[in-house]
Ligand binder design. Sequence first.
Ligand SMILES: Nc1ncnc2c1ncn2[C@@H]1O[C@H](COP(=O)(O)OP(=O)(O)O)[C@@H](O)[C@H]1O
Ligand SMILES: [Mg+2]
Length: 235
Amino acid sequence: MSSLLKVENVHTHIGQYHILQGVSFEAKAGEVSVLLGRNGAGKTTTLKTIMGLTPATSGAITFEDEAITKNPTHRIASNGIGYVPEDQGIFGALTVEENLKVAMRKDDDSAKERQEYVLNLFPDLKKYWKKDGGHLSGGQKQMLSMARAFVNESKLLLIDEPSKGLAPVVIEKVMEAINEMKKQTTIILVEQNFIMASRIGDTYTLIDDGETVQSGQMSDLVQNEELKRKYLGIG
Ligand SMILES: Nc1ncnc2c1ncn2[C@@H]1O[C@H](COP(=O)(O)OP(=O)(O)O)[C@@H](O)[C@H]1O
Ligand SMILES: [Mg+2]
């Protein structure tokens, strides 16, 4: 499979801080690539750097064989990269319906079909259509956040820690939804829950102290007790 997104030796500074210090990995079309690493390793910053929110200070990011390293965020988004941020980024004072409406970039028949598809994927959202985003449960907020990104056709979706703070049964539902989204879109997933990450991921990239330390097939990482212990504190 060909590489949809390539991140090569990316460095990112935030203010005076040198946060990313050599992040490299590839996301192949049709796959789920999982970014793993301890708290504070630089996973969120990696996603923000891809989106141009904390732009790379050196290195290269290539999307569909085109350099996007210096592009502004709105162009990166309209090129087809969707983003589900860690803090979910939904509007608490808007209803579920309104949250989806303001996210939608198109309003033609295909967009309506897509909205139907997304609501079938997240039936709770249909049920709470008129409820304010702020009054949803944690799991429903996560579903709405993913639906907001998925309601637009993206070639690549970046999803940051979707299981964070959710109960196990809810995590299961979120992961099922991501598995379904995977049939339509390439995904880069940041996931701290290793069991979930290993079930859903095709490949992994381990990030430590702002740097890629290892990438490979998820099935290999599952069996690599040393890597898991050293960088994820598992086992
Ligand atoms: N706006 C910021 N200002 C200063 N330091 C930051 C900022 N954002 C993130 N950092 C630091 O960058 C490092 C990586 O953070 P982050 O990418 O959020 O890690 P992760 O998502 O892997 O937990 C952390 O040490 C964090 O404290
Ligand atoms: Mg993070």
